[in-house]
Design a protein around this ligand. Structure first.
Ligand code: ADP
Ligand code: MG
Length: 699
């Protein structure tokens, strides 16, 4: 007889029954290596087959288990052929809709049959419906028993079916039962007590395998104490990892950059405007950050057009005056060129060396710049992320400024922070966002940074008037634009969008649109700019637009970030329904910068989804970036807003930043205290939820 060794939680998953090389690989791919990892692979929802919901009580959006008698089955020939089957139970009725169905299926769904089904209820055109429900026919005499417990549904990956995951997790739970002490409680006792939370072991058992007596409603809404226990620890893990990163950086030595005595006063004297109070306040904070021996790690938030560039210029001047180098990183080449021109014009008179460094720069020029950089020259280098990927060697980097941070995503930002550690002294960092970020997100994804907010626009800005128009009105819109441009001599953007980020398709649309507009607008100079043009072509077009040689600029969303042409006071956004709120707000921020009243026209393709309707409505009713940011978070969810989804940071396992936002202040406090009092636990919590030390360097 083979005596099987008693398993422990740190054993590899291969020691469980039924794991071959293929499933091992599948599990590894979703971060499951040890038995313990299975325990922290948490259900993201539950299926409730413990009771049947009366049809009269159904609500759109809910998953429901239900039963009813077939009243009618028929094929509908609409935009898409479908089989409809209406069932009722005396309290109400619902339609089951099948887009794919066979003749025999249709024949079986006879009037008078009893059906039991499970699926997501949604609002149909005339009544509630479920599309492709799971269903089975019931003979009136053999009643199927209801289930006793909730069934957990897990995040999965291709080829890994739910029943298999459930079985594996059951094995892991058995191991846990034999070794209840092996899973260390890491939350401080006082937190467990204060919040009246179960132990970790109880919480894990409960969420994977809710007991028969469990409070089903609160489990489904994910507010059960067992879930709260895990949510708190997960959010804490994320908070701790960012704070740890911050502490590590703060330990490094950074150059002390003295307050500017010459350059800044000279620069301000020549500025054609006065700084707003908000700008003064933010710059003062930054100036004193730079003057410390630990790195500045500051996030500067301000609405579109609030004047963040000047603040970047002031920080740059202070650094240059102290003979350090400055790198300014932006997300697009257009923006790099624009900043380059601005800084060059501002700094030329002050005898400061400003260079543009992009991937496409000629080799000989690049070599000259690299030579300067190597030799400790104080110099301002502006570029895209190529700045840090190319073989550029900064010998004396004092300050890194990242503009329009949202385009880079959390991952790239953190990668850059790590990059800084390869310098002798750790450069100061100023990170500027394009639009405000919702508070819950700054408290989590940006927990490693200090924050400054510019909550004031330069004086004299006139709010933009925004309207929305169905695409069928296109010709009228074009006529009205023509009239406005000819009457008022204003300049305009026509922005072409596409839902998938396929740049080439977007460019093609822009090219065709420009041709069409050119035909229809004989007296108007139509220009075109898109991402596939060469840098010098783009530069020429932007120059022509700035100098009013172009009246109407057809553009892809390449102009989204940062572009500043104050005379442009009209913007048309084509297919506006395809864009998210913050992107629309960003785009719209290109106008409303001058003294003229600006107009933004959103053209949409009908029919609009509810979500799109709400976005356009928000755009029409407010210009306030802080409000729009909150709304954006509400509609899109944190993963999209932060851009982590693309960057590959796994989503939170159980916490939900929107739902659990109320916990964040508390969690911040717990984190700070834990770092001070129990540093050993900090590492363990981070490892348990985020794996070994997070590496961002290879992004
Ligand atoms: P953003 O915060 O979106 O980056 P910019 O820095 O591009 O904004 O500034 C927007 C415009 O406002 C620019 O044309 C800039 O010159 C101008 N500006 C900045 N600060 C002021 C100010 N205090 N008074 C008047 N205009 C200003
Ligand atoms: Mg800007």
């Amino acid at each position: 007889m083979i005596i099987k060794k008693q398993l422990i939680l740190s054993d590899p998953i291969t020691s469980l029954n039924g794991i071959g090389p293929r499933s091992q690989e599948q599990l590894n791919n979703i971060g499951i290596n040890k038995i313990q990892d299975l325990l922290f692979h948490l259900p993201y929802r539950y299926i409730d087959r413990t009771r049947l919901i009366p049809l009269g009580e159904l609500k759109a959006g809910a998953d429901a288990y239900l039963q009813g008698e077939i009243e009618l089955t028929q094929v509908r020939y609409g935009r898409r052929r479908s089989l409809l089957c209406r069932i009722s139970d005396g309290t109400g009725a619902i339609i089951l809709r099948f887009f794919y169905f066979s003749k025999s299926q249709q024949n079986k769904l006879q009037r008078g049959q009893i059906l039991r089904c499970y699926g997501k209820v949604r609002k149909g055109s005339s009544s509630l419906e479920i599309v492709h429900p799971e269903y089975r026919l019931i003979q009136s005499n053999d009643d199927i028993e209801l289930e006793k417990k909730l069934t957990a549904v897990y995040p999965s990956t291709e080829g890994l079916q739910q029943p298999r995951i459930r079985k594996l997790i059951q094995q892991a739970l058995d191991v846990l039962k034999n070794h209840r002490k092996n899973i260390i409680e890491l939350l401080p006792d006082e937190v467990l007590l204060q919040e009246n939370l179960p132990t970790l072991t109880d919480a894990l058992e409960h969420v994977h395998c809710p007991s028969i007596t469990a409070d089903i409603k609160s489990l489904i809404r994910e507010i059960h104490p067992a879930q709260k226990r895990l949510i708190i620890e997960e959010l804490l893990a994320h908070q701790l990892s960012l704070l740890e990163l911050r502490n590590e950086i703060k330990k490094e030595k950074s150059p002390i950059i003295e307050i500017s005595k010459n350059l800044i006063p000279q620069f301000i004297e020549k500025l054609p405007f006065k700084l707003t109070n908000a700008q003064k306040k933010a710059s003062k904070t930054i100036a004193s950050d730079l003057n410390k021996s630990s790195a500045m790690l500051r996030l500067l938030q301000g609405d579109v057009g609030s004047g963040k560039t000047v603040i970047a210029a002031l920080a740059t001047l202070q650094t240059i005056e102290n003979n350090y180098q400055v790198a300014i990183m932006v997300p697009t080449e257009i923006l790099a060129e624009q900043h380059y021109k601005n800084f060059y014009a501002w700094f030329e008179k002050l005898n400061i060396d400003v260079v543009l460094l992009t991937g496409k720069l000629k080799k000989s020029l690049k070599e000259i710049i690299q030579e300067k950089l190597k030799n400790n020259n104080p110099i301002v280098v502006i570029g895209t992320h190529a700045l840090f990927q190319e073989s550029v060697i900064f010998s004396n980097l004092g300050l890194v400024i990242i503009d329009e941070q949202h385009r880079f995503g959390v991952h790239q930002r953190l990668a850059l922070i790590e990059k800084g550690q390869s310098f002798d002294v750790y450069p100061h960092q100023l990170i500027m966002t394009a639009t405000p970020i919702p508070r819950t997100l700054t408290m989590t994804a940006y927990a490693d940074l200090d924050h400054s907010i510019i909550d004031e626009l330069p004086p004299g800005r006139i709010p933009i008037n925004t309207t929305s128009h169905a695409n069928v009105k296109r010709n009228e819109i074009i006529e009205s634009i023509k009239k406005r441009i000819l009457d008022t001599k204003c300049q305009a953007y026509w922005v072409c969008t596409l839902v998938d980020e396929s740049e080439s398709l977007q460019c093609e649309t822009a090219i065709t649109t420009a041709e069409q507009l050119n035909k229809k607008l004989a007296k108007i100079n139509v220009g075109l700019i898109h991402g596939r043009m060469k840098p010098n072509e783009k530069e020429k077009i932007m120059r022509d637009f700035k100098t009013k040689k172009i009246d109407l600029l057809v553009a892809t969303t390449v102009i989204e970030v940062g572009v500043d042409v104050p005379n442009a006071s009209l913007m048309i956004i084509d297919n506006a329904e395809r864009l998210g709120l913050s992107q629309l707000h960003q785009l719209r921020g290109r106008i409303g910068r001058g003294n003229e009243k600006s107009h933004c026209m959103l053209i949409y393709q009908s029919p609009l989804s509810d979500l799109a309707k709400e976005r356009l409505e928000t755009m029409r009713t407010t210009n306030n970036g802080f409000l729009i940011a909150e709304k954006d978070l509400e509609l899109r969810g944190p993963g999209e807003v932060l851009g982590t989804r693309q960057a590959g940071i796994p989503d939170l396992r159980i916490a939900d930043l929107k739902r659990d936002a109320y916990l964040l202040t508390k969690i911040q406090k717990i984190a700070i205290k834990l770092i001070r009092t129990e540093p050993k636990k900090v590492e363990l919590i981070i490892n348990r939820w985020l794996g070994k030390k997070q590496e961002y360097s290879n992004v």
